[in-house]
Design a protein around this ligand. Structure first.
Ligand code: ZZB
Length: 257
């Protein structure tokens, strides 16, 4: 599984993670989100972590550090991402619930800065354990964002962190410019706990976006999603806003299986 690792630079830590700053040796710190949809990055409104997941802060070199699961960092040491092959240098450990509220940059997004929010369905065993959120095109992201808005207090978030509106990124003949909200409505999904319907919605959204989608924002506006996908990815990587991250064979656990 070839992901794109999106580098979301920390702008300001949440109250519960303020002490991290003293542990990173002046490095720039990035939350790293693994995505299969680099072409949708224009529509990021927030980022998700699992509240019960443990994350590490790992040095990449003298200047940069990544926040992700230990498992993902370990994999990265064999992919030329860290300075020394096979060697992991952990600077700190953080719990997902504490990262919530941190403000980070969202590269290529219409919204330059976004907040970290909690999601029930983040898997510690997939990608980096950090998920960037594109509510226009990901049913899971859209539904979770709606849940958070409805029950901000229950989820222990400041409502303003979930206030950014979904941005139309691509257009499809069947679902228009907001594929995810359209599918959530059509499949009568009520909350992020409706995991079966969400898996189905995700499948449909992937296919519809990939085979029939046209970009309606950004540098590749007017281009088919099939053609734009790699170009957006290459552009992000060339600007050092992203990198290739592969999940070793047999380690991929899909929410839909
Ligand atoms: C942004 C994005 C925009 C995504 C979209 C999807 C969609 P898959 O196919 O099951 O491998 N993801 C990544 N890591 C995790 C995790 N640890 N736990 C839960 N979800 C995770 O799914 C890959 C996608 O699942 C990734 O691509 C990421 O969300 C999420 F418009 O990144 B995506 C129709 C989907 N649309």
């Amino acid at each position: 599984q070839e992901y794109t690792g999106i580098k979301m630079e920390v702008v300001s830590w949440s109250d519960a993670t303020k002490e991290i700053e003293s542990k990173v040796g002046g490095r720039k710190v990035y939350l790293v989100a693994a995505t299969l949809r680099p072409e949708t990055m224009y529509g990021q409104t927030n980022c998700f972590v699992g509240t019960a997941i443990k994350y590490g802060v790992f040095a990449i070199n003298d200047n940069e550090a990544f926040v992700c699961t230990y498992r993902a960092a370990r994999n990265m040491t064999y992919q030329g991402i860290m300075a020394v092959r096979g060697q992991l240098h952990q600077l700190a450990e953080i719990e997902g619930k504490d990262i919530v509220g941190t403000k980070i940059k969202a590269p290529f997004s219409v919204y330059p800065e976004v907040h970290v929010l909690p999601m029930d369905n983040v898997l510690a065993t997939k990608g980096t354990g950090v998920v960037t959120s594109v509510p226009s095109d990901s049913p899971d992201d859209y539904q979770t964002l709606m849940d958070l808005r409805k029950k901000a207090e229950y989820y222990k978030i400041d409502p303003s962190w979930a206030a950014l509106e979904p941005i139309p990124v691509l257009s499809t003949p069947t679902y228009g410019e907001m594929t995810a909200p359209a599918l959530v409505k059509q499949l009568k999904i009520q909350s992020q706990k409706d995991t079966k319907q969400l898996a189905e919605a995700k499948e449909i959204a992937y296919k519809e976006g990939f085979y029939n989608g046209t970009m309606i924002v950004g540098e590749f506006k007017g281009m088919s999603v099939q053609d734009a996908k790699q170009k957006v990815r290459d552009s992000m990587i060339a600007q050092d806003l992203a990198f290739a991250y592969a999940e070793p064979e047999g380690m991929v656990v899909s929410r839909s299986s």
